[in-house]
Ligand binder design. Sequence first.
Ligand SMILES: Nc1ncnc2c1ncn2[C@@H]1O[C@H](COP(=O)(O)OP(=O)(O)OP(=O)(O)O)[C@@H](O)[C@H]1O
Length: 352
Amino acid sequence: MTAPSLTERNPLGTETPPILDVKGLWKVFGPKADRVVGTTLSRAELKEQTGCVAAVRDVSFSVRRGEVFVVMGLSGSGKSTLVRCLTRLIEPTAGEIVLDGEDIRQADEKRLRELRRHRMAMVFQHFGLLPHRCVLDNVVFGLEIRGVPKQDRYVRAREVVGLVGLTGFENSYPDQLSGGMQQRVGLARALAADPEVLLFDEPFSALDPLIRREMQNEIIRLHHEVGKTMIFITHDLSEALKLGDRILIMRDGELVQIGTPDEVVGAPADDYVRDFVSDVPRSHVLTLRWIMRDPLPDEPLDGPELGPDVVIRDAAHSVMSAGRPVRVTENGALLGVVTSVEILEVIAGGQS
Ligand SMILES: Nc1ncnc2c1ncn2[C@@H]1O[C@H](COP(=O)(O)OP(=O)(O)OP(=O)(O)O)[C@@H](O)[C@H]1O
């Protein structure tokens, strides 16, 4: 399938300014790492000839303000290294990282600590909650180390505890909470400092599937409420498709594709991505924009209207029962039509 043009279908609008710009980022582990930057050797050749591992190879991307940006790839593809390089928890070997105008690579240690506390906060898989402190005090602790004045700490802590759905549990201790609830405390702690960007490193991979789903929904709800920019690492495609406004797919340290969920599923960049997405029900991810066509000369154009970004599955009932072409319109303009034929091709054509 051919991807609809980016400007047409970018839900956040291409005009949304980036909050984070990464250009030509490399992280090489091993001796004389900087000499390896720019190499075209394969992973095995590099290891054999230099003893180095290029965990991140020439990766460039921008994250837009307010988007959920997912970094996805198999184990060892370089996701954690990439995201840790953003705040220099791992020192990059080469490249540029600019956060809202600030050159992160120029920051000294003191500035880096401030950045990690106030601008780009990381939410880890293990939140490291303090067992002898109750929920509220765990969140307050996060504010304490960020230097928030004492009188403001409890007000803010109560606010974010409410935001993550833990009202009533303020005085509980971590060992009295389920895994999912402990995650919420960690989340509250990160949110309390109100950083511009939240970085999540596989935060839910240790949770059982039901709680995991609950936490994913929680992230979506929180994102709606606070609209914060989030960079989210996962190796789970369904999680990436569910949460991501855009997904960056990595393989062996390299960027393979950046795209919205429907672009990744509808127009995979190569066989690696195609393989990744082969089990995804296309009708659950692709939108009408992908299947609409020009109206035929004699087709009636008085059918119902739907927007181009309606997911095919959600449109199926209306289109199938319309009895005439459904018009796909945007801002009053007719973009194309969809009939049950196009819907059935996706659902029944071996690509549903
Ligand atoms: N400190 C290190 N020294 C040497 N090699 C490293 C180091 N840290 C990571 N690597 C290597 O870099 C590559 C990328 O690792 P990274 O942990 O970033 O991948 P990942 O996609 O996050 O994987 P996972 O999901 O398993 O955490 C791997 O080959 C790994 O072995």
